[in-house]
Design a protein. Structure first.
Length: 387
């Protein structure tokens, strides 16, 4: 039973660290390399099972059942090497002669192993159990292990070669693949000299843990960064660089959630609209109109430095006042309107603003605050036309 303990431990760790890869995935959600690695993981898992039963049956003296299970043990071991090789060449993604050599070598070793195990049922050439239920490996078994070692070594050297011609995260990952292959090579070598010790199970466990730590988790972090970048792009207004209407809608939902939970009791809403934009577009062209919008946005951002600015329409902006901007709103609004008056005299962007504050137990929703601010903004817009 002591032999099987390693396999039991290995399969539990294997399932825990590789669960995300081994669970069912929708078609197209995994890359080809990830699919190949998933096949390797399943081959390793089946090997662990055969390794566990091998120890139990051998120690129980059930030589006939141990013979069948040992056949499965060798078959799943060869399958793990086969799928590892396919994973490596797919992951490295290089089209060359060496790739084809490794693929053909994997097929040759796999088919040869199947053939020798079939023949072994009729004539012992790979292993046998004597009358005392003692296991004896034979020449074909040693040759198969040597061939598997060679395949591991060649695939690892190939990964190192590709790593030398890569950089950044890619080089690190290719080196990890190569190192994992060398780990399994070392433990297969030990398997030749100590056939009744579960060295290959230990090698597979260490290799998959290495890949999980230095490739899988690394890819999770990279994907998180990519998602974060895509999220920023999706929430960013292309013309002005401030947040867009999608970000605004989400911010309003979050704000209302905070009010309902009692975590947010005060906030303000400032709505901005540009005067004379249609005139600028009609007389100077839309390129100048875009410049007019950007200048107005810059002024809003300068004045409301501590609050998020959203562009929710062609010439309409919203600022949700919190923190220092909320506390200093009167001074900020005065400075903003003073600058607008100077802009009007100098022919720069003229911006109307209306600001309203949330009133607990009076305002039912955010829209109530928004409508009051919008009404004040419209009044200010009319004032700017005549003053």
């Amino acid at each position: 039973m002591s032999y099987s303990t390693i396999g039991m431990l290995a399969i539990f760790v294997h399932l825990i660290i590789n669960f995300d890869y081994m669970k069912q995935h929708a078609r197209g959600t995994l890359t080809e390399a990830e699919c190949r690695y998933r096949q390797f993981l399943f081959a390793v898992m089946y090997f662990y099972f055969s390794d566990i039963f091998r120890g139990v049956l051998y120690e129980a003296g059930l030589s006939k059942l141990a013979f069948i299970d040992t056949t499965l043990y060798f078959l799943t071991m060869a399958a793990s090497v086969f799928y590892w090789t396919h994973f490596v060449v797919t992951y490295l993604n290089r089209e060359n002669l060496f790739k084809r050599f490794l693929l053909y070598g994997g097929w040759l070793i796999m088919l040869t192993q199947v053939l020798t195990l079939v023949i072994n049922f009729f004539k012992p050439i790979s292993f046998y159990f004597d009358d005392n239920n003692i296991y004896h490996p034979l020449i074909c078994r040693h040759l198969a292990l040597v061939a598997q070692i060679m395949l591991f070594v060649l695939s690892s050297v190939y990964a190192l070669y590709v790593a030398l011609h890569s950089d950044g995260f890619e080089r690190k990952r290719h080196r990890t693949v190569a190192f994992s292959g060398f780990i399994m090579t070392f433990f297969v070598l030990l398997e030749i000299f100590y056939p009744l010790t579960p060295f290959y199970a230990v090698g597979c466990l260490l290799a998959t843990c290495t890949i999980h730590t230095f490739i899988y988790r690394d890819k999770i972090e990279e994907r998180s960064r990519e998602i974060g970048t895509m999220r920023r792009i999706a929430y960013k207004d292309a013309l002005t660089g401030v947040k867009n209407k999608t970000a605004y809608t989400e911010a309003v939902a979050e704000l209302e959630h905070g009010v309902r939970d009692g975590k947010l009791t005060q906030y303000g809403v400032a709505i901005f609209d540009l005067n004379y934009l249609k005139y600028v577009n009609d007389t100077m062209g839309h390129e100048m109109g875009d410049k007019y919008i950007r200048e107005a946005c810059s002024q809003i951002c300068r004045c409301f430095q501590h609050s998020p600015v959203y562009r929710i329409g062609g010439d309409e902006f919203v600022v949700i006042l919190k923190g220092d901007d909320y506390d200093n709103r009167e001074m900020i609004l005065k400075d903003f309107n003073d600058e607008v008056h100077r802009n009007k005299l100098e022919g720069k962007a003229v911006i109307a603003v209306g600001c309203a504050l949330y009133r607990p137990r009076v305002d039912g929703t955010y829209d109530d605050v928004f409508r009051r601010a919008d009404k004040l903004m419209y009044q200010r817009k009319q004032e700017l036309k005549w003053n």
